[in-house]
Design a protein around this ligand. Structure first.
Ligand code: FE2
Length: 343
């Protein structure tokens, strides 16, 4: 597998310009993957795909926005066959920018639940966005729904990452699909009014801040929580001991679940191999990698996982509103959060 980092500009230019890549893009034995997933287990998955199919992967790693821009700028001559990224809001933006083509795969239709795919892209793993609180600061009964986070009794208690981050935008989009734009704007204003500090850092930083008592409650993706649960570092074990995880909205819509997914690029030079790669991602073995390696849930029900942290988190009621219904609200969610001052 060729792995190319977008930040390594010289290498990236080489990827674009070299005669060997030009030749590879027309070979049936290559697939060019633009990846915004940054997890180690993805390397093992890629190696397995090549071992099974003989198709070599050229992977270009980059940040989500950079990859989207790059594919747009490359236009019809883009070598990209597949875009794989985290978060439905990003996939939706790529789809809106007309970057994908229909997958037309019966296998994906059969294996990926209808609520987790559109015609142009499919989710291959899921992660829930949960509420995590410190019992020393917050009464658990105050935080049973996402909507609760706007209640003034949580004043000065909320740490959360930026409102521009896709994880929060996707949650906002799902809330808009359920509650409407006006209600979510009022909610976002309430959440901002409850901030303990200006948003900074990622989900893990918020978890640490809640554990340290810098704030009382946050929102975090389950794979970050599970990563801390599986850590053997004394500091992480101490942090987890201070934290309680809540599955939000169990009596209403269910807990918001976000995805990681992929689609075939409209101008894919190796379309057939691209579809084969997506079908591989839906195989039982690739699905197990998502779970065991990166603490995400498989989308394919038959996949067998061995992840003690996911087992310990246990079963919950997930929001089953189709991704096709809520992901298009992402742009509105950004406007709503901007108006609410959730920077
Ligand atoms: Fe993440």
């Amino acid at each position: 597998m060729n792995r190319i980092s977008l930040s390594a500009a010289v290498v990236a230019i080489h990827f674009m310009a070299s005669a060997s890549v030009q030749a590879q893009t027309t070979s049936p034995q290559v697939v060019n993957i633009y990846s915004a997933r940054h997890y180690q287990t993805d390397e093992a998955m890629s190696a397995n795909f090549t071992a099974q199919t003989g198709i070599k992967i050229n992977r270009l790693d980059g940040k989500e926005d950079e990859l989207l821009e790059r594919i747009k700028n490359e236009g019809a001559s883009s070598p990209a066959d597949v875009l794989i990224t985290v978060d439905a809001s990003r996939l939706e933006l790529a789809d809106k920018a007309n970057l994908f083509q229909p997958m037309n795969s019966k296998l994906i239709q059969d294996r990926v639940p209808a609520s987790l795919r559109t015609a142009n892209w499919a989710a291959f793993s899921t992660r829930a966005r949960v509420i995590v609180y410190n019992t020393a600061a917050v009464n658990g009964q105050w935080v049973s729904t996402c909507e609760d986070l706007s209640n003034p009794r949580l004043k000065g208690q909320i740490c959360v990452r930026s409102g521009s981050h896709p994880y929060n935008l996707s949650l906002g989009a799902a809330l808009i699909a359920h509650n409407g734009e006006a209600a979510v704007e009022a909610w976002a204003k309430g959440v901002v009014a409850n901030f303990a500090r200006t948003p900074k850092g990622g989900d893990t930083d918020q978890l640490r801040a809640v554990a340290a008592g810098e704030c009382g409650v946050t929102l975090a993706n389950t794979y970050y929580v599970a990563r801390l649960m599986r850590s053997t570092l004394p500091a992480d074990i101490k942090d987890m001991a201070a934290l309680t995880v809540v599955w939000p909205n169990q009596k209403t819509s269910g807990t918001h679940v976000n995805v990681s997914g992929a689609g075939v690029i409209k101008t894919a030079p190796n379309r057939a191999n691209a579809v084969k790669f997506l079908e591989y991602l839906a195989s039982d073995s690739a699905q197990a990698y998502f779970a065991d390696g990166n603490n995400e849930w498989p989308v394919v029900k038959t996949a067998v996982t061995k992840n003690p942290a996911l087992d310990k988190l246990g079963a919950f009621k997930a929001d089953d509103l189709a991704v096709e219904k809520w992901a298009p609200q992402t742009t509105t969610a950004q406007k709503v959060f901007d108006r609410a001052g959730w920077r």
